[in-house]
Design a protein around this ligand. Structure first.
Ligand SMILES: *Cc1c(COP(=O)(O)O)cnc(C)c1O
Length: 363
């Protein structure tokens, strides 16, 4: 970056390339399939808990340890509460983990196609990254990554299922990475795991270098509440707590703590809404294929698809003119793909209709 740094800025601020979230425009009757939000409401138990907490007053600070939430996570996943850390969205949890574990002499390893926020955190904290190319099917090359890790690294970060491809890895592949990188943390970001992925949480007692991060934004419909958590052996959690308590003692407010804890206890609501999304995803994938798209196999609440004859950026713009938002990433290797979040069945059928119109009416 050669642009001059404005007065008052710390020297490194001008060089940052911040993450750009998907847009949240105010358009009437918008079909919003661009940020992987859940189209269904959160559990009514969560709403009740939030309303009750608000009625009980907000004049006191919340519990700085978010114990009620961490207990709910521990109970749901068969962990000890000391193995759970909670934060203001998993993005914050990820940032703390980067700060706590990856500031090392060697570079941090990550796939070249992955959640684009990882590179932003690395830049913020001055962590060098080494991007491992995914294969031609956009699959993470575990053999290559494990081999590279054995040569020494600051750690590994992957999303499983991966973003924005939706492709999941079996646990045996995660174990391969954990074994290849025993002296550094392997961070597995499971933002989408509930939609069909295989969670690494059962491996925590076996691997002292495993940190698993999850969010309530996607499968629990609580993107607006901002709650995420990390699970790992206590020595990793202790490091995250040290970072958190050097940054913000109260990242989770009273409403978020109780709302998230209640949502984690509503297994019926969770399964019902999750199953609808998985079912809609499978139907949408087939419909997109009928329209000529190539659709990657998804284990997430979105699909990643390209049309061999049509430019992806142009398709996204034409959809936007028709009040349908999908996400397009202007990035090498994936510039011809669209990432389409799974909405309700009605929203997805509007998308398919609009795509049909575009493909037949525009050159
Ligand atoms: C959505 C997402 C997150 C962020 O989740 P929040 O808890 O809403 O901050 C993290 N990682 C990946 C891969 C995601 O897609």
């Amino acid at each position: 970056m050669t642009s001059p740094v404005p007065a008052f800025w710390s020297p490194r601020i001008g060089a940052l390339e911040p993450y750009v979230p998907g847009e949240q425009p105010r358009i009437a009757n918008l079909v919003k399939l661009n940020t992987n939000e859940n189209p269904y409401q959160p559990s009514p138990l969560a709403i009740d808990a939030i309303q009750q907490a608000a009625a009980n007053g907000l004049e006191r600070y919340p519990d700085p340890t978010s114990l009620a939430l961490r207990e709910a996570v521990a109970r749901r996943h068969g962990l000890k509460v000391e193995q759970v850390f909670a934060g203001n969205g998993s993005d914050e949890v990820l940032a703390h983990a980067f700060f706590a574990f990856f500031q090392q002499a060697e570079p941090l390893l990550m796939p070249d196609v992955s959640y684009s926020f990882y590179k932003v955190y690395a830049q913020l904290y001055g962590i060098a990254c080494e991007l491992q190319p995914v294969d031609d099917g956009l699959r993470i090359d575990i053999e290559a990554m494990a081999a590279r890790a054995r040569g020494g690294c600051a750690g590994i970060v992957i999303a499983n299922p991966n973003a924005p491809t939706g492709i999941g890895l079996p646990l045996s592949r995660i174990e391969q990475l954990l074994a290849a990188c025993p002296d550094r943390v392997v961070l597995v970001d499971e933002a989408y795991v509930d939609f069909g992925g295989e969670s690494a949480l059962p491996l925590i007692d076996k691997y002292p270098n495993l940190l698993v991060v999850q969010t309530l934004s996607k499968s629990r419909s609580l993107a607006g509440l901002r709650v995420g958590f990390a699970c790992g052996q206590q020595h990793l959690i202790d490091a995250l707590v040290r970072v958190k308590d050097s940054f913000n003692s109260y990242p989770l407010d009273r409403l978020a703590t109780v709302g998230a804890a209640a949502a984690l206890k509503d297994e019926v609501w969770f399964k019902t809404t999750r199953d609808k999304i998985v079912d809609t995803r499978e139907g949408l994938s087939l419909q997109l294929e009928d329209l000529g798209f190539e659709v990657l196999p998804s284990q997430a609440n979105f699909v990643f698809a390209r049309h061999p004859q049509r430019d992806a950026a142009e398709l996204a713009a034409l959809l936007r003119e028709r009040a349908v938002l999908v996400r397009h990433f202007k990035q090498p290797r994936i510039a011809q793909y669209l990432r389409i979040s799974i909405g309700t069945r009605e929203q997805c059928s509007v998308l398919v209709q609009r795509l049909q119109e575009i493909l037949t009416e525009t050159p």
